[in-house]
Write a protein that binds this ligand. Structure first.
Ligand SMILES: Cc1cc2nc3c(=O)[nH]c(=O)nc-3n(C[C@H](O)[C@H](O)[C@H](O)COP(=O)(O)O)c2cc1C
Length: 294
């Protein structure tokens, strides 16, 4: 039986709950959570995680993001599915699987570019099985870990900003910047890698290593606006929310997603107010402390 302590979601939750926030209200002004991301204005730094295969449909997921004026990643799926998401008017970053068949990758990059996606990316880590040194097969599609040369080729093949997802180290984040990615999505892909470092734990070092001119997005266990505040304070530019949006999507459709994102943004803003951050960029990392006694 799998050791329950090896569950990366649980490890990340434990770390998140150790992060406590000091209050700085004197002189605080009403905060504004709007951000500019990839040249577009959004109401919130919260965005949809790269989900896939949702039984309620992917287009409704994208529509929820549009209603909240939030950016959105879309995960595995064919071009038709991506087309239905883009048709909602949502701002979508398409995360492409590391297919063994490289034409599958190029065709998705081309489609995303031709149909107005905001960006593209790849979750390279999903090429490797969680429990064996072998390549995975996902929904019948064989995967392969792309070589460095192949990744560079994918990045160079498009004028869209390219994101490397499932980055979980300073080393990989620095390489991603060096080879021309627009940014990284720091993620353990919902326990795909067991015993993974919590994404939020790595953010400060990653930010220090890549500097301010490189986009860093974080995901993994963001359950409310308070979690999002901590991730932003630790160095993320944007924060993805995945599983926390699934129950409201199931019960209330796209409106459920938009309502949940709006509530989370209100929570984030309350934390910004209490820490004297007028804008998301003003969130000061020094308000966060790690509670050694917990
Ligand atoms: C139903 C489901 C489908 C997912 N599909 C993909 C996918 O196709 N591509 C991908 O990069 N990540 C995928 N993920 C991982 C998410 O993008 C995200 O990294 C992970 O769920 C952690 O965020 P969360 O804790 O907010 O859910 C999926 C996650 C879930 C729950």
């Amino acid at each position: 039986m799998k050791n329950p302590n090896g569950n990366s979601d649980k490890i990340a939750r434990q770390y998140m709950d150790r992060l406590v926030v000091e209050q700085r209200v004197l002189g605080a002004v009403t905060p504004d959570a709007r951000v500019t991301f990839l040249g577009k204005s959004f109401s919130t730094p919260l965005m949809g995680a790269a989900l896939s295969h949702l039984k309620e449909g992917m287009a409704g997921y994208a529509e929820g993001m549009r209603l909240a004026n939030a950016a959105c990643c879309i995960g595995m799926g064919d071009n038709e599915t991506l087309g239905s998401c883009l048709a909602t008017g949502a701002s979508v970053i398409k995360i492409i699987k590391p297919y063994a068949d490289r034409e599958e990758i190029f065709s998705r990059i081309r489609f995303a570019e031709e149909h107005g996606a905001l960006g593209v990316g790849m979750d390279s880590g999903h090429a490797i099985k969680s429990e064996a040194a072998d390549f995975d097969t996902i929904v019948g599609c064989p995967m392969k870990l792309p070589t460095m040369e192949e990744i560079k080729e994918y990045i160079a093949s498009t004028r869209l900003p390219f994101f490397l997802k499932d980055i979980l180290s300073v080393q990989d984040a620095v390489i991603a910047k060096e080879i021309g990615a627009a940014g990284v999505i720091i993620s353990h892909h919902h326990d795909l890698m067991h015993w993974a470092c919590p994404p939020v734990y790595l953010l400060k070092e990653i930010r220090k290593a890549v500097g301010d001119d490189f986009l860093v997005i974080a995901d993994g266990g963001i359950e409310d606006g308070f979690d999002a505040f901590k991730a932003l304070a630790m160095g993320a530019d944007m924060v993805c929310v995945g599983r926390a949006l699934m129950p409201p999507y199931s019960s209330d459709g796209p409106e459920g997603i938009a309502r949940t994102l709006n509530t989370m943004t209100d929570e984030l803003k309350s934390m910004m107010y209490r820490t004297c951050a007028e804008t998301v960029k003003d969130i000061d990392p020094s308000v966060i402390h790690e509670a050694w006694w917990l």
